[in-house]
Design a protein. Sequence first.
Length: 286
Amino acid sequence: MQLLQALIDGLLIGGVYAVISIGLTLVFGVIGIINFAQAQFLMMGMFIAFFAWKYLGLDPLAGSLLSFAVVFVIGMLVQKFLIDKVLKAPEVAQIFLTVGLLITIENLALILFGSEFRSVQTPYQTSSLALGPLLFNVPYLAAFTFSAVVGVAIWWILKKTWWGWAVRATAQDAMAAQLVGISPKHVHQVAFGLGVGLTALGGATILPYLTVSPSIGDQFAVLMFTVVVLGGLGNVLGAVVGGLAVGMIQSLSALVLPIQLQNLALFVIFILVLAVRPEGLLKRSS
C-alpha cells in the first residue's frame, strides 16, 4: 500500500513538474535557445499569484491565470527586445544573455520584495481526500488537475490549430515558413511568451503548498532541466513523460532513502538513462 501511495503522490507532483517544464522545452524547440532564466519566470508567477491572493483575494489557482497573462506579455517583450537580438549570434552570447536575465530578475525581486519567505492560506491547504486506504493531498491534486487541463489545452493548440501548425513549421524551417506567409519573428515572440507564461502558471499552482521568495527559482532550475533533457529537449510530450518520471522517482526513492538523498537517486537514474539514450526518452519532435 505504501508503494501505491508513493506512486500516486509522485504522479500528482510529476504532473506539475511537466507543466512547469513544457515552457522550457517549447522555447528551445521553436526558437532554438536554452533559457537559463526560465525558473525565474516561475518565481515571477508565484509572486504575482501571491499578491493577487493578498490584495485581491484570489485563490492561487485563479491567480495562476493572471500570472500567465502578465508573464506572457513580459515574455513577448523580452523576446522582442533581447532574445531576438542574439538568435544569430554565437551560442555563448545566448547563454550570457539568459544567465544575465536570470541574475537581473532575481536581484530585482530581492530589491522589490526582500529575501523573506511568503505563503498563502487556502481552505484546502491541509485537506486530503480518502479513497479507501489511499490519501490524495488536495493542494497536490488541485495543482495536478489544473496543470493537466492546461497541458491538454496546449497539446490541442499545437496539434489542431493554425497557430500550432505555424509553430511547428517555424521550428522545422523558419525560412520555408516565411515563404508561405508565416512571420517567424511573431511566432518566436508568442512562443517565448507562451513558454515563460506556462512556467509562471505552473509556479502559481504550487503556491498553496510552497513558500515564495526571490530565490525559489534556484530550487526548480535543475529539476526543470532534468525533466526536459530526460524527456527529450525540444519535445513537448517528452516534457510530460519526463515530469511524471521525475515525480515518481522522487516519491519512490523516499520509501528507501532519507529525504536528503531524494535527488541523488533521481540524478543516478538520469545519468544511466542518458548513457543509454543520449537523446532522452523521446526524440525531439519533427
